[in-house]
Design a protein around this ligand. Structure first.
Ligand code: ADP
Ligand code: AMP
Length: 213
């Protein structure tokens, strides 16, 4: 099963993608996480990506597409995957589409996690991330057991640079300009399904599993 999770930054894509990956036993592929891991490890790719990420801008398509196609070519992706944060532009979606169709394949479903901008701003300010293992929390909705400490690995939690208020408003602008058109793109392909992302995370997940079966 090849699944795309669409939605604004902070809509809960990562939260849902992790749950889908576990239930359906497919890899969770997040371009954002790949970039962040590269930043953490000080790679050349990480340094290049950081220039854009810190401003709330998108990493250029050419670089992002290469990273994604390399990742989904790995053996663990043979039986499918859940893509979180990719594609984010029409050119990215077109490359993915043509790469899959050359193999006689296609995306099965694109799930749009719908959350209005007002909710997004609140969520991102409250998001705390573990830079060590990638787990995310929310100070009100999904708090860690011990304040400021990751439940999974015990490392300190941080407010990501790109979750700071000015960057968030830029990321939302970029989302509306460049990513939202993907909703029409996948609708036209007949694979778009929308869920209400303002609901409790378990209820959002129930709506998604009802779609995926
Ligand atoms: P994205 O991957 O779309 O950027 P995340 O999954 O990281 O979004 O979620 C953004 C923030 O909102 C996180 O702090 C997360 O814990 C919180 N969150 C996720 N889903 C919900 C939900 N259904 N209701 C409330 N908060 C949520
Ligand atoms: P995320 O964790 O998905 O919110 O991604 C964090 C940041 O990584 C984004 O704000 C972008 O700068 C960059 N990024 C992640 N995925 C993509 C993508 N598909 N295209 C371009 N930039 C991306």
């Amino acid at each position: 099963m090849k699944i795309i999770i669409l939605g604004a930054p902070g809509a809960g894509k990562g939260t849902q993608a992790k749950m889908i990956a576990e239930k359906y036993q497919i890899p969770h592929v997040s371009t954002g996480d790949i970039f962040k891991a590269n930043i953490k490890n000080g790679t050349e790719l990480g340094m290049e990506a950081k220039k854009y990420m810190d401003q709330g801008a998108l990493v250029p398509d050419e670089l992002t597409v290469k990273i994604l196609l390399d990742r989904v070519a790995k053996p663990d992706c043979e039986n499918g995957y859940v893509l979180d944060g990719f594609p984010r532009t029409i050119p990215q979606a077109e490359v993915l589409d043509s790469t899959l169709s050359e193999m006689g394949d296609a995306i099965d479903v694109a799930i749009n996690v719908d959350v209005p901008d007002e909710n997004i701003v609140k969520r991102m300010g409250g998001r705390r991330a573990c830079l060590s293992c990638g787990a995310t929390y929310h100070i009100e909705h999904i708090p860690p057991r011990k304040e400021g400490i990751c439940d999974v690995c015990g490392q300190p939690l941080v407010l990501r640079d790109d979750d700071k208020p000015k960057t968030v408003s830029n990321r939302l602008k970029v989302y509306h300009e460049q990513t939202q058109p993907l909703i029409d793109f996948y609708h036209a392909k007949g694979v778009l399904r929308t869920v209400d992302g303002t609901a409790d995370m378990q209820d959002v997940f129930a709506a998604i599993t009802a779609i995926l079966g």
